[in-house]
Design a protein around this ligand. Structure first.
Ligand code: 5RP
Length: 252
């Protein structure tokens, strides 16, 4: 039945499905709301942290933030921040940082992290252990029940000298957890990936939970040849998670 001049039906609102990239940006922007003028800021590395650095640059440019000093956690972030005109310094000049903002590859229920799939774990750990506050920004896909359980890489930065020996030693530490290590490579020829510090990275994969994290961390760090690993235990002070149902903020 045609009803002449019937009002058009109002469109039914569709739920907006945000992409992972949009969620990363939402978490990053939320973290930047905690930044105040005059702060010394640790600037993280990766696709999530990149949004935070962009936002800080934007707020400095518009004058909403003033007198920020950024401490980059990688050469890539250094370049990004420099292009945005963020004044930069380093840990030598600023051994105490007010706040660091960075992403993570995995976050467990205690807010322990795996970091370094982007390769910057050493500088990230140096900067973030020097930070009074460390805000971790993630989309909800990064939440895990326990670290290493995702079967994705847990990175360890090692010196290049006799890297195969160090790889075997790392695997031997975690035979019970079915650990396999692989040298990270890049490019078509599979050349070793070299970190900003001139080191190699071994990615460890676990079949089973590696057990007590602190014990695992100590065992890895005791191996000669290891520089640092990507478990960030008890370091995060705030966790911002952006998900389908909104943003959650947890403090420790
Ligand atoms: C780099 C990192 C990154 O923070 C981590 O890999 C998360 O990256 P993204 O935000 O791109 O998912 O630890 O070393």
């Amino acid at each position: 039945l045609m009803v002449p001049n019937a009002p058009l039906a109002a469109p039914i609102p569709q739920p907006t499905i945000l992409s992972q990239e949009e969620l990363k940006k939402i978490a990053a922007f939320k973290a930047v709301e905690f930044v105040r003028s005059g702060m010394v800021l640790g600037l993280g590395t990766g696709s999530t942290a990149k949004h935070a650095v962009d936002r800080i640059g934007e707020l400095l440019k518009s004058g909403q933030l003033k007198n920020i000093v950024g401490i980059p956690t990688s050469m890539k972030t250094h370049e990004q921040a420099m292009n945005l005109g963020i004044p930069l310094s380093d840990l030598n000049c600023h051994p105490i940082i007010d706040m660091a903002i960075d992403g993570a590859d995995e976050v467990d229920p205690e807010m322990n992290l795996v970091k370094g799939r982007g390769g910057s774990l050493l500088r990230e750990k140096m900067v973030e252990t020097a930070s009074k506050k460390f805000i971790v920004i993630v989309d909800e896909t990064k939440l895990v029940d326990y670290i290493g359980g995702s079967r994705l890489a847990m990175p360890v930065e090692i010196v290049p000298f006799c890297w195969k020996f160090t790889l075997q030693r790392l695997e031997m530490l975690f035979t019970d957890a079915g650990c396999v290590g692989r040298l990270r490579t890049e490019g078509e020829r599979g050349a070793p990936y070299v970190s900003d510090n001139g080191n190699y990275i071994i990615d460890l994969y676990f079949d089973r939970d590696m057990g007590d994290l602190k014990a695992a961390s100590d065992a890895i760090l005791r191996l000669a040849g290891v520089v640092e690993h990507g478990m960030f235990i008890d370091m995060a002070t705030t966790l911002i998670v952006a998900g389908k149902n909104g943003v959650t903020i947890r403090n420790k």
